[in-house]
Ligand binder design. Structure first.
Ligand code: S3P
Length: 174
């Protein structure tokens, strides 16, 4: 796919619980764009849940599915797309390259505290089913921050902001 052709598309990256899904909905509504989400596309394609893929296959198998999903999206024509992505997707260099071709990449930056508040009690994220999710979130944010930054054209601080406000900020920054 071609970066120039996809200039108006928006790709949201960031850690779990940074608000990608919610913001993508608001943004798609405001821009009258189509909204897609790599996690949901993978669940539809393989007719199973992310938790099940991690449990019955492996995280590596899931990462391969993410790359494959981006390749499929790149092969399609999308005129006005908001794409929300899985929190680990920008870690792979090939994925960052594909993302940059799919559209403007926006990193929704969130603090460990804000993330924890949003995801506590959630059982659908296999990587956070640990004894001390708070510590795990802090550690993963530390490790992943540079990859989100590398992937991003635009960085938005989301702490204390409503999804509406974040969406407006993205539109302004585009
Ligand atoms: C993951 C994030 C999840 C999902 C999977 C792995 C990660 O997506 O892709 O559980 O590695 O951060 P969300 O960011 O939408 O929760």
């Amino acid at each position: 796919c071609d970066r120039l052709e996809n200039e108006k598309n928006v790709v949201l990256v960031g850690y779990m619980g940074s608000g990608k899904s919610t913001v993508s909905k608001v943004l798609a509504r405001k821009l009258s764009y189509e909204k897609l989400d790599t996690d949901s596309l993978i669940e539809e394609t393989y007719e199973t849940s992310i938790s099940d893929i991690f449990a019955s296959k492996s995280e590596a198998a899931f990462r391969d599915m993410e790359t494959r999903q981006l390749e499929v999206l790149c092969g399609e024509k999308h005129d006005g797309l908001v794409l929300a992505t899985g929190g680990g997707l920008p870690l792979r260099e090939i994925n960052r390259r594909l993302l940059s071709k799919l559209g403007k990449v926006v990193y929704l930056k969130a603090s460990a505290e804000a993330v924890y508040d949003r995801i506590k009690g959630d059982t659908t994220r296999p990587l956070l089913q640990v004894d001390d999710p708070k510590a795990k979130i802090g550690q993963m944010l530390e490790e992943r921050g540079k990859y989100y930054e590398m992937a991003a054209d635009i960085v938005i601080d989301t702490d204390g902001k409503s999804p509406e406000a974040v969406a407006d900020e993205i539109i302004k920054a585009m």
